[in-house]
Design a protein around this ligand. Structure first.
Ligand code: URP
Ligand code: ZN
Ligand code: ZN
Length: 456
């Protein structure tokens, strides 16, 4: 047989083109694109379906340790299973350096958790929280040379934040050794100040999570992060941008010719701060940082996606169970938003939401959808063209997509480790019907976990 698998009669969509052709797969790679192919052990009829590169979600949190007593809802097994359900073939979680830990210790810990347990392929970003001279001078340069070429830093959160001097030190190592720094841009001191004041006033319900980190907090930190990156002349990716003012900071930097990139996420397109107002503790289901904003912020995030200010669209999947003292119902969180774990699930719903709200509603075209959900992630994070496109020589990571299928999102269909979805009851048009990893269809109900740790 010439091929292991042929995908026939589908409409192939890449970040630049849309065309009808068959796709021939051999040994996990795409080996032919042609009008009519034959001679395969398996033929998949994709009539009426879109044939797109599998989704790449370059911002997810899996099995990441948090505050004492809090446990993330997804393991590598459940998180990557849900990713596959949502049409993804690749995810990029974070290796969190806990204070006092070396980066290598943290990478080894995550490797142990991930190896043999993933339904999709995986590559890690590093989170640097303790930039000691040893980390900056030896570990980080060596790890960048080994392929860990993306580093996230935080400007807020007690155990994670870096001071400006430390940010400059990390940026400068990235500049010297050619890595990309991803920045969580919210200002720590302003959030502390506002949270303390809200607490004194007794304003502690989940809704006040949003009040404690207003748009100005994100805009200021975005501006500062860009300025620090400009000072050391290195590229920077501002992640999970939620509003117009932060988006405009990024646009301005881009117009000045700086290598500043932006990311936004589904929660900033379809949720608002009013979701955190829901009765009782229900609002906790929507507590994430930055928080969902207002309708103008949603509009601005769409503009950022349409106009190329945002290069990647990620989930920032950061799942905590709702009805669980190790999750959103943490004992102290029940009476104070400050102790509600930040983050919401969304690894499976990212692509359907962007397709339905973006492509079906005419806000973006199919090619931009592919760029935003797959190709641009591969390019930015050093995986292209092995990943992120449909081309001869690329891995056969493919999603077959039914553009007409109408689905009402409900948590049980997502097969994750959480106990809710923030998008329960949302009607979407367009759904992934088959996710193929290196030529093999992923069965989320099977024991087989073929996902590999990919080096860059
Ligand atoms: O609330 C969020 N986004 N939690 C996840 C951690 C992060 O900042 O990305
Ligand atoms: Zn973040
Ligand atoms: Zn995140």
């Amino acid at each position: 047989m010439t091929f292991d698998t042929i995908i026939t009669r589908g409409t192939v969509v890449t970040a630049s083109d849309t065309f009808s052709c068959d796709v021939g797969v051999k040994d996990g790679r795409i080996v032919a694109l042609a009008d009519k192919l034959s001679g395969a052990e398996e033929t998949i009829d994709a009539s009426g379906l879109l044939v797109m590169p599998g989704g790449i979600d370059s911002h997810v949190h899996l099995e990441q340790p948090g505050a004492p007593g809090i446990i993330m809802a997804d393991t590598f097994e459940t998180g990557t299973r849900s990713a596959a359900v949502g049409g993804n073939t690749f995810v990029m979680p974070f290796c969190l350096q806990e204070k006092g830990q070396t980066l290598r210790e943290s990478i080894e810990a995550y490797r142990r958790k991930a190896e043999g347990n993933c339904f999709v392929d995986v590559a890690f970003h590093l989170i640097v929280t303790d930039p000691t001279p040893q980390v900056l001078g030896q570990e980080l340069p060596a790890l960048i040379a080994e392929g860990f070429t993306s580093i996230k830093i935080f400007m807020t959160y007690d155990d994670l934040k870096l001071a400006d001097r430390e940010i400059l030190e990390v940026l400068s190592v990235a500049q010297q050794h050619r890595a990309l720094v991803m920045v969580h841009a919210e200002g720590y001191d302003a959030i502390r100040f506002l949270s303390d004041r809200l607490e004194r006033q007794g304003s502690t319900a989940p809704h006040f999570h949003g009040t404690s980190r207003p748009i100005a907090v994100e805009r200021e930190a975005t501006h500062r992060a860009i300025s620090l990156a400009e000072i050391v002349d290195t590229p920077v990716m501002i992640v999970h941008v939620s509003n117009r003012q932060a988006m405009e900071e990024i646009r301005r930097a881009q117009m000045r010719g700086l290598a500043v990139f932006g990311e936004t996420c589904p929660q900033y397109l379809v949720l608002t701060e009013q979701d955190m107002d829901r009765t009782g503790m229900e609002g906790a289901k929507y507590v994430c940082s930055p928080p969902p904003r207002d309708l103008d912020s949603q509009k601005a995030c769409w503009e950022g996606l349409q106009q190329g200010v945002f290069e990647v669209f990620s989930s920032d999947h950061c799942p905590f169970r709702y009805d669980d003292p190790a999750g959103k119902m943490a004992p102290r969180g029940k009476t104070n938003f400050r102790y509600v774990p930040n983050g919401i699930p969304g690894i499976a719903t990212r692509m359907p939401i962007l397709f339905s709200e973006g492509v079906v509603k005419g806000r973006i075209d199919l090619n931009r959808f592919v760029a935003l959900t797959s190709t641009n992630h591969a390019k930015r994070y050093g995986l292209y063209p092995r990943k992120g496109t449909i081309a001869v020589g690329s891995d056969a990571d493919i999603v077959l997509w039914d553009a007409k299928r109408e689905v009402t999102i409900t948590h049980s269909m997502l097969k994750d480790g959480c106990d809710y979805t923030p998008y329960e009851g949302m009607a979407v048009t367009g759904w992934p019907v088959r996710t193929i990893l290196r030529g093999r269809t992923i069965d989320p109900d099977a024991a087989a976990r073929d996902g590999e740790l990919v080096s860059r």
